[in-house]
Design a protein around this ligand. Structure first.
Ligand code: VGL
Ligand code: ZN
Length: 217
């Protein structure tokens, strides 16, 4: 049967972890609404290559408001000369909130990229940390993993649409992959950001697609 997904395309499921869902430490708006759709997409086996990223911070991580005396969650500080949002403490290594979401059948998953493990650096994108020495952002190895498998196109879904999903799609494009964002299979931390997210994607040539376009009828 003919459908829209090339065998050289990968699905990247970003940070589908309980801490980003309602009741979690850093809940996204309707953050659990995408779980059945992502589960269905994984079970459909339309992607030959499937990656998950996992936000995976040590206790006391620099991005945590709790690590900065007198600071509150969602405040901005300057870190390495760049704005850094301070988040509620979240996705602490080994805690249930940091697990890959237990409501998903992960059996089609090929690889998990853990990120944000450096205590002093945040990592929104699955491809590169936010900061690094000499202005270079250290790679996670994901680009090489994809290239070695002949992948030239990625579809990004998960949480959060305005943070890690967006950064992952933008890095994918910058690193030479065609990139698309699965809008209905992502949700934002800040719903008011959606217009800006759409505009950024449009300006950069990252197509917005819906899961229904990928599944065979
Ligand atoms: C995320 C903020 C902090 C995300 C991760 O997954 O979008 N956002 N850490
Ligand atoms: Zn984080």
């Amino acid at each position: 049967m003919d459908h829209a997904v090339s065998p050289q395309a990968a699905l990247i499921v970003v940070d589908l972890q309980p801490d980003f869902m309602p009741g979690g430490a850093l809940a996204c708006h309707e953050g659990d609404a995408l779980v059945p759709g992502i589960d269905r997409l994984l079970r459909s086996r339309v992607f030959r290559h499937v990656v998950a990223t996992q936000d995976w911070h040590p206790r006391g991580h620099v991005s945590f408001a709790g690590s900065h005396r007198g600071s509150k969650p969602f405040e901005q500080i300057t870190l390495y000369g760049q704005p850094q949002t301070l988040w509620p403490d979240h996705c602490v290594q080994g805690t249930p909130g940091a697990a890959l979401h237990p409501g998903i059948d992960w059996s089609a998953l090929d690889v998990v990229i853990r990120k944000g493990s450096d205590p002093g650096v945040d990592s929104y994108s699955g491809f590169r940390e936010n900061h690094g020495p000499a202005g270079r952002r250290p790679p996670t190895g994901l680009a090489g993993w994809l290239r070695e498998r002949g992948v030239d196109e990625v579809f990004v879904c998960g949480l959060a649409r305005d943070v890690c999903v967006l950064w992952t799609a933008q890095d994918a494009l910058e690193l030479g992959f065609r990139a698309r964002l699965l809008w209905d299979l992502s949700r934002p931390v800040t719903p008011a950001s959606d217009d800006a997210t759409r505009a950024a994607l449009l300006a950069q040539g990252i197509a917005i697609v819906e899961a229904g376009e990928l599944l065979p009828d």
